[in-house]
Design a binder for this molecule. Structure first.
Ligand code: BES
Ligand code: ZN
Ligand code: ZN
Length: 471
């Protein structure tokens, strides 16, 4: 399915059906008001009404704002994809809704067909956004940018959705290399020999029982005169079985998504380079598989991390923070960035705290957090702040090492995980760093907003919005 912007009025645009977004108040103004009300259409959010004889699809919106349009567009594209229509059109006359329409149609219409012996049959070929007017060029620029971001989100979704027999640390590194080649990015990869030379013992311990070698992936996008330098760190657990602290069978299913942070930062750098942003972007990924085996790392092990901080392992399922500890340390030494952001499906506790739709943001700078609340508002992603405090920090104390990898108490698990990472952030970088826990928001087993079953691409739209607004 293609989305096309055209410089024509809706009347002059040839298509099988017109998609029209309307609030309850709009129904009576519509020339099909009678038929719509006869059909029982009340314009409730995400409800649809096909008037086939009038070639009209009415889509209910609660109010005329971007969030409502994004969600309704997603509902509309799903219905159109299971209809026999080959083309549809809708009117675009407000700059505020360019992103929402693109996201709703592209992300709501996303399908993952990689493992189907026969891809789903879809008649729908094109949705036209009819946009006539003197300022068409402005719309076109906004449309093209929104398409880059939406396609980067789909790129992220595709990798997360792939099965763990397909994506392991080695194949993820190959995929990153391919992206680097296609988008002219610099690329450095360390395999286990390289990780040993760097003393990345915490990361190495997590991957020890896997048949695949752990990989550290570093990609960079370096425009000529960057306004700022951003480091993006991603948790790339291509599978998280829990290790010897083995997950229960039902909790293990979906753990292919434990690489969503890594796939997210790949989508972000892809978008930054395609948007040709004036920002230098560095991506660092710890690609590791957490497995069981005779050589697996164990609860009771004490690891000497790259920063020399010693870590008592009390639960091998709290592995993401061990990988990130070493990758964050490495990233801070390699690049003096203005901002450091890490993305990780880090804790089930984040979902308990904020619900499964919201990304948890943690860090020391309230000002920086606020910039992400703005980015969340304009991108349509949901972000909530989880505040640090020293009482929770004390719960990470270990009797035998510098820090324990799990908290001694069962509450506030997302925050204690964030505080564990904080231990590896250098003093001069404290205000530059934010941690994003995407455990809930990265993957869904039921469609919501413009997300469909599977990976959502969480973080990509959010970070693109942040980067596009840097001045
Ligand atoms: N990858 C998981 C976190 C997770 C859970 C992501 C559910 C998405 C959905 C992480 O490695 C983990 O297992 N965390 C443990 C931490 C605990 C042992 C302190 C958790 O959340 O239970
Ligand atoms: Zn785990
Ligand atoms: Zn994990």
């Amino acid at each position: 399915m293609q989305l096309e912007l055209i410089n024509k009025s809706t009347d002059k645009t040839k298509a099988d059906i017109l998609v029209s977004f309307m609030t309850k108040e709009d129904i009576e103004k519509n020339k099909e008001a009678k038929l719509l009300s006869q059909a029982g259409f009340k314009a409730e959010q995400d409800t649809l009404c096909f008037l086939h004889e009038k070639a009209l699809l009415a889509c209910g919106i609660e109010k005329l704002d971007a969030a409502s349009i994004r969600s309704a567009a997603a509902a509309a594209v799903k219905a159109l994809k299971s209809s026999n229509y080959t083309s549809a059109k809708t009117q675009l006359s407000d700059m505020r809704f360019v992103n929402a329409l693109v996201e709703g149609f592209v992300l709501g219409g996303y399908d993952f067909n990689f493992y189907r012996s026969e891809p789903k049959k879809v008649a729908l070929e094109t949705i036209f956004l009819a946009c006539e007017g003197a300022n068409f060029a402005e719309f076109e620029a906004a449309f093209n940018e929104a398409m880059v971001v939406a396609q980067a989100t789909c790129f992220t979704r595709d990798i997360v959705n792939k099965a763990p027999q397909e994506i392991n640390p080695e194949t993820l590194a190959l995929l990153a290399k391919k992206l680097a080649f296609e988008n002219s990015l610099e690329c450095t990869i360390l395999d286990e020999e390289g990780l040993k030379k760097e003393n990345m013992n915490a990361m190495l311990a997590v991957g020890r029982a896997s048949v695949h070698q752990s990989q550290l992936i570093h990609l960079s996008y370096k425009p000529a005169n960057p306004k700022k330098i951003i480091t993006l760190v991603g948790k790339g657990l291509t599978y998280d079985s829990g290790g010897l602290s083995l997950k229960a069978p039902t909790s293990m299913v979906t753990m292919k998504m434990d690489k969503a942070g890594a796939c997210g930062v790949l989508g972000m750098i892809k978008a930054a380079s395609e948007l040709k942003l004036d920002i230098e972007v560095h991506v660092f990924i710890g690609a590791v598989e957490n497995m069981v085996g005779g050589n697996a790392y164990k609860p009771d092990d004490v690891l000497v991390s790259r920063s020399k901080t010693t870590i008592e392992v009390r639960n091998t399922d709290a592995e993401g923070r061990l990988v990130l500890a070493d990758v964050l340390d490495y990233a801070q030494e390699k690049v003096q960035a203005d901002y450091i952001f890490d993305f990780a499906t880090l804790t089930g506790a984040c979902m308990v705290a904020l619900g499964q739709y919201t990304t948890g943001v943690m860090g020391h700078s309230n000002a920086l957090k606020h910039r992400f609340f703005d980015a969340a508002n304009s991108s349509g992603e949901l972000v909530g702040s989880l505040p640090f405090n020293n009482h929770l920090k004390k719960l990470l104390k270990s009797e035998i090492a510098d820090i324990s990898n799990v908290s001694s108490k069962p509450y506030g698990g997302a925050i204690t995980a964030g505080l564990f990472l904080d231990k590896f952030i250098k003093e001069e970088n404290k205000e530059k760093w934010l941690h994003f826990d995407i455990a809930g928001s990265a993957y869904t087993e039921a469609a919501w907003d413009c997300n469909v079953y599977g990976a959502t691409g969480a973080g990509v739209r959010l970070m693109c919005s942040f980067m596009q607004n840097i001045d």
